[in-house]
Design a protein. Structure first.
Length: 154
């Protein structure tokens, strides 16, 4: 999608197009907001993401007139699809009840501890054993050492 649409430029992608295409094409890379916006445009559907930790909802593709909306819960490190048990198209007016259901599901997940706080999570470098606290410290370690394999400490 990025290769075929010049509107996905360096300002949007955060790096030159060719570099971005190589970066996101790697099997060890994960997507985020940019990729959700690309998916929304490519599939002609809004993508509503509810953050489990704080209940914030972001809707990618909102305002573009898409008649479909899919829902994801974000645990802090992982996206889970939400299925409401229907495959039929719904009207824009029906989005609000589905939005409320997604918010309730996120609150239930939060109450059961189903999220990861990226600022305080602990990660162990699989190369040297360094314990990083938070995503930023892990990224700094990776940048300074070239070590890019982390796991939860045992």
């Amino acid at each position: 999608a990025v290769r075929a649409a010049p509107s996905w430029d360096e300002a949007t992608l955060g790096k030159p197009r060719g570099e971005y295409i190589e970066f996101i094409g790697s099997p060890i890379r994960w997507g985020g907001p940019v990729e959700l916006a690309i998916f929304a445009a490519t599939y002609g559907a809004e993508i509503a993401v509810v953050q489990v930790q704080n209940g914030r909802s972001d809707v990618y593709g909102e305002g573009r007139g898409y008649g479909r909306r899919v829902y994801l819960l974000h645990s802090g490190i992982h996206f889970d699809a939400i299925s409401f048990g229907t495959q039929r198209a719904v009207s824009q007016e029906e989005f609000s009840s589905a939005d409320a259901a997604a918010q309730r599901l996120a609150a239930e997940r939060k109450a059961s501890g189903g999220f990861v706080d990226q600022d305080t999570m602990r990660l162990r470098c699989k190369i040297c054993g360094f314990i990083a606290v938070g995503d930023l410290e892990a990224r700094a370690h990776a940048g300074g050492t070239g070590h890019k394999e982390f796991a939860a400490p045992s």
